[in-house]
Design a protein around this ligand. Structure first.
Ligand code: FNR
Length: 183
């Protein structure tokens, strides 16, 4: 049987992002069980309908990575009790049909959601809003388990490197569940 493919999106462009480190930890946990690619969408421009068709090369590349993936795993920070604008911009691009013949790539796509924040809320509000957005786009969100890590700095050293002590078993559980979910 062909190996499953997971595409991951990190909703932070910050180099030392906790959420990027969480995605890297998930990649390690998934290991040989699936191909796990963290998508680079840094070149995706701001949505502008004047440049929508034909779509910019950077948008085409991300769409192709998601289209060919069996599942998408989103790692999101919370900004002002919502998901970051860079993530919304990317999802706006992904929400549009590729062409008259081909529908948008998030439709029926299995999606897992995780997030980490230094605050108490652990990105839960952002995640709930993201679920609302993704359900409107007909995505197949795995609602349980989701992973929301609060006080993330307590699981990092002074340089901000994650050790993921307490949250590791929960990330492992979510990875196991998502691999099952994408079947
Ligand atoms: C934040 N942060 C934040 N945290 C939170 O728990 N709830 C929030 O509403 C917000 N709001 C917010 C707005 C903006 C504009 C910024 C830049 C930050 C703090 C945020 O969780 C923290 O910076 C994380 O470290 C961001 O995630 P990464 O980049 O580490 O993955």
């Amino acid at each position: 049987m062909e190996q499953k493919r997971i595409a991951a999106i990190v909703g932070s462009l910050r180099e030392n992002s906790y959420n990027r480190q969480l995605a890297l930890a998930a990649k390690e946990i998934v290991g040989e069980r699936a191909i796990f690619d963290i998508i680079d969408y840094s070149e995706v421009p701001m949505m502008n309908q004047d440049i929508e068709y034909p779509a910019p090369e950077a948008v085409c590349l991300v769409r192709e990575q998601i289209k060919t993936a069996d599942g998408l795993w989103i790692f999101t920070p919370e900004y002002n009790h919502s998901y970051p604008g860079v993530l919304k911009n990317l999802i706006d691009w992904l929400s549009r049909p590729i062409s008259k013949e081909e529908r948008q790539v998030l439709s029926r796509k299995p999606i897992a959601i995780s997030g980490a924040s230094p605050g108490m809320g652990g990105t839960l509000i952002a995640q709930d809003l993201l679920v609302m957005l993704l359900s409107m786009l007909n995505a197949n969100v795995m609602n349980s388990p989701r992973l929301a890590i609060s006080n993330i700095a307590q699981q990092a050293d002074e340089a901000g490197h994650l050790a993921l002590s307490t949250s590791l078993p929960y990330l492992q559980k979510q990875a196991d569940a998502f691999l099952k979910f994408i079947g």
